[in-house]
Design a protein around this ligand. Structure first.
Ligand SMILES: Nc1ncnc2c1ncn2[C@@H]1O[C@H](COP(=O)(O)OP(=O)(O)OP(=O)(O)O)[C@@H](O)[C@H]1O
Length: 472
């Protein structure tokens, strides 16, 4: 790395590990200093608090855990980037380290490229903070001024991870704002000005997954007329948002794991691997742990992604946020149009199976339909939600087609639109199969992914559909 020489403190009692880390620091253009105990590290940091551009911190030290030192540093307002190193199988400690304010964590044995990427990112982070002052974390916006009790821990967790490099896994039903939160996290971190590349893993065609993710060289295969960077290449230096990560095919899971572990990728047709420096934020509405148990998702990949899980509550559990969100969406559509009290009451009473996305769509539609000054309760045609279906329970037949359900355009009652018919037909298939999506997909002659997409499109995802994940 170019620039003036910098100092890195290696806190580790393992001589071999110290030499390895020292070599990495030297290769990156820095100078390493070594502390074999917590006491030595404390003394060195106290003597020259701003001497070190970064710390490598081992957790198991002769006189205690490295976490103690990390906590002391953060409690004292010290923001030096700290790269924690843990032994294999100690990912629980990594979560703790992250919560204590670690910048990144490496699981030993760790590849040299991964160490180098971590070190360079840490130094950059430190330099950024020096020039800009410590970042305050997520900035406030309408619904964050006074968030609901359900959102408070979410926003706090987001603030904590914003400054670090650790992988974050965002959990929550469809439309709860997982991508929104991912962008907020990135916007207040050191990578704010770097690329944010979202990928919907559920929409990756199997045969093209590798080339879309990792890119290819010109002439790598018939039709490869130009070199392609791939999503990893595009996100280099920035953040990759892996949406619906639970939908990744098994082969793609292996490749993703390698990219995360090694910090390098193999574009198709490339002579050698390419080093990438990427922060990963993944999201899923599924119960990934159950997928691991059922053999659908690789356990090792799960642990790589699940370092800091943050769960977004469904909108029905944060009803206090509905007025501010609704007002913000209304203002975005037609500035100055007020939401009348009866309309707000109606919005607060609805179940919102499609969550914030459904609310946003409902407001957008109401803004188009309404002709008065303000939005009235009658301007919102909110369909009853599809209730979560216990497997044994049969859905009550719906009396009316849900014209205003998310994604279904309004139509005259006399002649339903194609979308309405499709929605009703899907509901009937689910009813026939006791609410099991896999069976319903078979019955409908479509793939499970297509069915999920349609359920999502029509706002039909049951609130605990993640728990209802079908068996493959
Ligand atoms: N707190 C918020 N303030 C304003 N808009 C929000 C907020 N949260 C979510 N949104 C908006 O709601 C919509 C849905 O959010 P988002 O796409 O992030 O959900 P998601 O959980 O990623 O959905 P999916 O699982 O379907 O991909 C987006 O248009 C987003 O901008």
């Amino acid at each position: 790395m170019a620039g003036p020489p910098f100092h890195v403190l290696i806190v580790d009692d393992d001589g071999v590990q110290c030499r390895l880390s020292e070599a990495h620091v030297a290769r990156a253009g820095g100078r390493a200093e070594i502390a074999g105990t917590l006491a030595a590290a404390r003394a060195m940091l106290a003597a020259a608090p701003s001497r070190f551009a970064a710390l490598f911190l081992d957790l198991g030290l002769p006189d205690g855990s490295g976490l103690e030192l990390l906590r002391e540093l953060r409690a004292g307002g010290h923001s030096v980037p700290v790269i924690v190193q843990t032994g294999e199988g100690r990912l629980d400690r990594a979560v703790e380290a992250m919560r204590a304010g670690a910048t990144d964590f490496l699981v030993k044995p760790v590849s040299p490229t991964r160490v180098r990427a971590a070190l360079e990112a840490a130094i950059r982070l430190g330099a950024d903070e020096e020039s800009k002052g410590i970042r305050p974390g997520l900035s406030a916006s309408q619904d964050e001024d006074d968030p609901s009790p359900a959102m408070r821990p979410v926003l706090n967790a987001a603030t904590r991870v914003a400054r670090s490099m650790v992988p974050v896994l965002l959990l929550g039903e469809t439309g709860t704002g997982k991508e929104w939160l991912a962008r907020r996290i990135v916007a207040s971190g050191a990578r704010a000005a770097r690329p944010f590349v979202p990928i919907n893993c559920g929409a990756l065609p199997r045969d093209l997954t590798e080339s879309i993710l990792f890119g290819f060289e010109r002439g790598a295969f018939t039709g490869a007329e130009r070199r392609s960077l791939g999503k990893f290449g595009e996100a280099d230096g920035g953040t990759l948002f892996l949406d619906e990560v639970g939908e990744l095919a098994p082969e793609a899971q292996v490749k993703l794991l390698r990219a995360l572990q090694e910090g390098e990728i193999d574009p198709i047709g490339a002579a050698r691997p390419v080093r990438v420096d990427i922060r990963i934020i993944a999201a899923t509405h599924r119960d990934l742990r159950a997928d691991v148990e059922a053999g659908r998702f690789r356990e090792d990949l799960f642990y790589r992604l699940h370092v800091v899980p943050i769960e977004l509550p469904p909108l029905r559990e944060r009803r206090e946020d509905i007025p501010s969100l609704a007002r913000a969406f209304a203002a975005r559509n037609v500035p100055g149009r007020a939401l009348l009290p009866a309309a707000l009451a109606r919005l607060q009473a609805h179940r919102w199976p499609g969550n914030i996305r459904e609310l946003e769509n409902a407001i957008r539609r109401a803004c188009v339909m309404a002709d008065g000054e303000g939005l009235r309760a009658e301007d919102f045609q909110l369909a009853d939600a599809w209730q979560p279906i216990p497997r044994t329970q049969v859905i009550e037949p719906r009396r009316e087609p849900a014209a205003a359900a998310m994604g279904v355009p309004p139509a005259s009652a006399a002649f339903p639109t194609l979308a309405q018919v499709e929605r009703e037909h899907i509901l009937r298939a689910l009813q026939e199969c006791g609410g099991q999506p896999t069976k319903a997909a078979k019955l409908l002659g479509i793939g499970r992914t297509t069915l999920y997409r349609k359920l999502k499109e029509y706002g039909l995802f049951a609130p605990d559909s993640a728990a209802e994940t079908p068996k493959v």
